[in-house]
Structures are given as structure tokens and as C-alpha cells.
Design a protein around this ligand. Structure first.
Ligand code: PLP
Length: 459
């Protein structure tokens, strides 16, 4: 299996090179040249496997250039950090099933992908005798998952910018209490946008970027997608061979795109994919009206989905356009210029053959947390509640509805308290955060200060 760019501008490359490349060099996104269709015999065997063993079977199809024993070891270490024996268990609650993706070290689903990516990076850098300084900005949530993904790893230092005193206390402490020597938290005197602008400025300084081996850990890396494909298949195979529907709270189109790949691999087991958005409903407008046009970012109770540009969207577009890279490139260039794309009736039909979609506003999200808690005693985080609301909307009593739970409710205690009148219980992983030692550098919102800091502390 080789990897190609959605924009057709690179020679096919292997998995290892694709992971290190991240974004394709021609500005497109990397995709495998084929998606394996899994036969019934194999599926039957997969039903018996543990999460880690299934991960190995799925990922090795996409990563034939990593020796099996090495891949197995990477996967074993990646999921040993989860505090549930099934890693991503499925639990029945009321009319739906919840796929709990929050048993990793930072209590959010991004751990599933980033624990794996961190270990893959370390493995590949060692093999190539390289080093990497990861630089990123966070509004609160992804930063900690990235930090936990690479803490203590050899050949990697990580620099994460967050807006000083503008992230929640628990988010701040989840990042700053990681004291490994390769972790550098920087609190910027400014906003998240300031942090993002600084990161962009520094990445655009190509001389600096090359000199320091700067790398990103963003949601477009193929290794993240492939790790997420696994839990769809794992969950779908818990239902004695019957087909299931999935409801997925979506921001960057990453998680739902992993579901799309999983569905192409085991179509007999995954029926419908429901794409749930909050008030930032760009992707719902795309599915329902064939209109993909930028709006303004609205701040909601599910902040990790407050996104206007869906960075993985181009991957689906490539398949929508029958893998024509020329058309994909043209469309993305036109979108960059005008901020919108429209789709004709035939294309819309194709889109809707793949997804159903619903946009859920904050009042509905709050009501869903409250109602679900009343009916089942189970506490949903606001992102999960957006997905559950959409899942209930499209519920077909004949087919199990699996709703992805992307964060533990304790991470969004305020929104939960507003809905159910009390804060969710803090799990052990975060209960003692206040007591731990923390480390953080405060800097002005100034790219030169950050650059100098990386010069001093980078590998
Ligand atoms: C990132 C995130 C999402 C959205 O996932 P995408 O892959 O960006 O669609 C949903 N919920 C939580 C809690 C997240 O952190």
C-alpha cells in the first residue's frame, strides 16, 4: 500500500514517510491508494480480538513497511496508558449505546490517536537518526493530549502555547503538571488566535523550521486517522454481526472521516454515519444543502468543535470527486479564494448516501445532558451530548445506535453543572492535579520571544 496526495503532486510514498510528512508537500492531504475491503472470514476472526490486537490487524494493513513485531510493540505501549481493560468500551444507556473514548490519560478521545502517533514518531525518528521539535497552539484541550502523546519520548521536544489565564483551570493543570524534561508549556499573554498566529509565523520561517526540525501534531496526520478507524470497527463488531449506526460529534471532519474509512472496510457492519455539529454548522450545511461556505466562529459549550474550516474535509472531497486530484486541487483553490463551494444534485445525492447530519444548538445540548441524566443516570459531556441528540433524532429502533463519547464530563464541569445542577465527579487521573507541581513559561504574544525560547530549549 502506498500513499498519494489528494492534489496529485507527489510520487507515491510508504506509510512511514507519510507519517513524517504530515501535510503532503503539494499542499494536499495524504491518503492510501486503496482501502481494503475486509472479507467475512476475517471479520469473524476480528470479532474475538482485544482492542490492541484488533488495532494491530487493522493498522498493519495500512503500515506494511513497519515490521509486525515493532508495530505490535508500538500499539501495546500506546494503549497500556488507558485505564479501561477494553480501551474503548461500548455501554448501553437508554435507547443508545455509548462508545466511551475517554479512558486515556487526558480523558478525551484525542488520546486514542495521539498516544499512537507519539510512539510512531519516536520509532521513526530513531530509525532515521533524526530529532523533532513539535510546536503547536491550543485553546485548551488538544494541547494536553499532544503533550501526553510525546512526554518522555526520545528525540522529541514539544512546545505548546496556550493563552495565559484563558484556559480552564483543569485544562491548564493537565498541561503544566507534566514535568518531563522534553515538555515546554508556554502561556502567551494574549488570546488563542495570537498563539496560533505566532505558530504560523514561525512555521513560515522556513530557515528556522529546517534548522530546528520543527514538526506539527495536528489532526491531518494519517496516523491519527488510522488509529481512529480501529474503534469504529471494534464497536461495530460488539453486536453479533448486526449492522449499526454511528453518531459522531464533529469539528475537523477527522473523527467522522475515520468512520467513513471504517465503513468502506466493513460495509456489512456499519450502516449509517451521522455527522453532528454544534452551532458551527458548516458541515451540516454541506450534507443537508450541498453548501460548504465559511461562517463566523461561534463560541459554544462544546468548544472543541468550534471550528469553521474542517481540515480533513479535503480527504472526503477527493472520494466525492471519484479520486480526481485535478478537480480536488481546483476546488480547494477556489474555496481558498472565495470561502465557499457548492455541489450539484448528483453530488449531493452521493454526499447523503454517506452521511446524515444535524446541527444541535446550545439549548438543545444542555437539555440533552439533563434529559439523558434523568432517564439513565449517565452524565454526558457537551460534545458527546451533541452527538447523542443527533443520534436520537435519527434513531431507528431496529438498528443499534452507537454514539461516540469524545470527552469525560469532568473536563467540561461547568456546562455539565448548568444542565444537571451538580459538577460531575472527578476521576482519579485529575482529582489531585491541584496538589501536583507545575511548570510553565509566560511570554508576550511575540513570535520573536517564542523563537528565542525554542532556540534555547529545542533539540
Ligand atoms: C477534537 C474533538 C472533537 C471533534 O473531533 P474532530 O476529529 O475534530 O471532528 C469532538 N469532541 C472533543 C471532546 C474533541 O476534543
Amino acid at each position: 500500500m502506498k500513499y498519494i496526495s489528494t492534489r496529485g503532486g507527489i510520487e507515491p510514498i510508504g506509510f512511514k514517510e507519510a507519517v513524517l510528512m504530515g501535510l503532503a508537500r503539494d499542499g494536499g492531504l495524504l491518503l492510501p491508494d486503496t482501502i481494503p475491503l475486509i472479507g467475512a472470514d476475517t471479520v469473524e476472526k476480528w470479532q474475538e480480538l482485544s482492542f490492541a490486537d484488533l488495532s494491530h490487524e487493522v493498522i498493519r494493513l495500512f503500515a506494511p513497511d513497519i515490521p509486525a513485531a515493532d508495530l505490535r510493540d508500538i500499539i501495546r505501549r500506546s494503549y497500556a496508558t488507558f485505564n479501561h481493560p477494553q480501551v474503548t468500551p461500548v455501554v448501553r444507556q437508554g435507547k443508545v449505546h455509548i462508545l466511551e473514548l475517554f479512558h486515556g490519560p487526558t480523558l478525551a478521545f484525542k488520546d486514542v490517536a495521539l498516544q499512537f502517533l507519539g510512539n510512531v514518531f519516536e520509532y521513526l525518528l530513531k530509525e532515521n537518526g533524526q530529532r523533532m521539535n513539535i510546536l503547536g497552539a491550543t485553546s485548551g484541550d488538544t494541547g494536553s493530549a499532544a503533550i501526553y502523546g510525546v512526554r518522555g519520548k526520545e528525540r522529541i521536544n514539544i512546545f505548546i502555547l496556550h493563552p495565559h489565564e484563558r484556559v480552564s483551570r483543569i485544562q491548564e493543570l493537565q498541561m503544566t503538571t507534566v514535568l518531563d524534561a522534553n515538555v515546554f508549556n508556554i502561556a502567551i499573554r494574549g488570546t488563542f488566535d495570537d498563539g496560533q498566529a505566532i505558530v504560523k509565523t514561525i512555521f513560515n520561517d522556513l530557515d528556522f523550521k529546517d534548522r530546528h526540525g520543527l514538526g506539527a501534531i495536528n489532526s491531518i496526520n494519517w496516523a491519527r486517522i488510522v488509529a481512529q478507524v480501529v474503534y469504529y470497527i471494534y464497536a461495530a463488531l460488539r453486536f453479533n454481526g448486526s449492522r449499526v449506526d454511528f453518531a459522531v460529534p464533529t469539528g475537523n471532519f477527522g473523527d467522522i472521516f475515520a468512520g467513513y474509512i471504517a465503513r468502506r472496510m466493513v460495509p456489512e457492519h456499519i450502516r449509517r454515519l451521522i455527522l453532528a455539529t454544534n452551532e458551527n454548522n458548516l458541515l451540516t450545511r454541506f450534507v443537508v444543502d450541498g453548501d460548504y461556505s465559511l461562517g463566523k466562529v461561534v463560541h459554544t459549550s462544546s468548544p472543541s468543535m468550534d471550528i469553521q474550516v474542517a481540515s480533513n474535509f479535503e480527504r472526503f472531497l477527493f472520494y466525492l470527486y471519484d479520486q480526481e486530484s485535478g478537480r480536488t486541487r481546483q476546488a480547494m483553490e477556489s474555496f481558498a479564494a472565495s470561502g465557499s463551494l457548492a455541489f450539484d444534485a448528483a453530488e449531493q445525492e452521493k454526499i447523503r448516501a454517506n452521511f446524515l447530519s444535524l446541527s444541535v444548538d446550545q439549548a438543545e445540548t444542555k437539555a440533552t445532558i439533563a434529559d439523558f441524566h434523568q432517564e439513565t443516570g449517565y452524565v454526558l459531556d457537551p460534545h458527546t451530548a451533541v452527538g447523542v441528540r443527533a443520534g436520537l433524532h435519527f434513531l431507528d429502533e431496529q438498528v443499534p445506535m452507537v454514539c461516540l463519547s469524545t470527552a469525560h464530563p469532568a473536563k467540561f464541569g461547568e456546562a455539565v453543572e448548568e444542565a444537571i445542577g451538580r459538577e460531575p465527579e472527578l476521576p482519579a487521573a485529575v482529582a489531585d492535579l491541584e496538589k501536583r507541581q507545575s511548570r510553565c513559561q509566560i511570554l508576550d504574544a511575540d513570535a520573536d520571544q517564542v523563537r528565542a525560547y525554542i532556540e534555547e530549549h529545542g533539540l
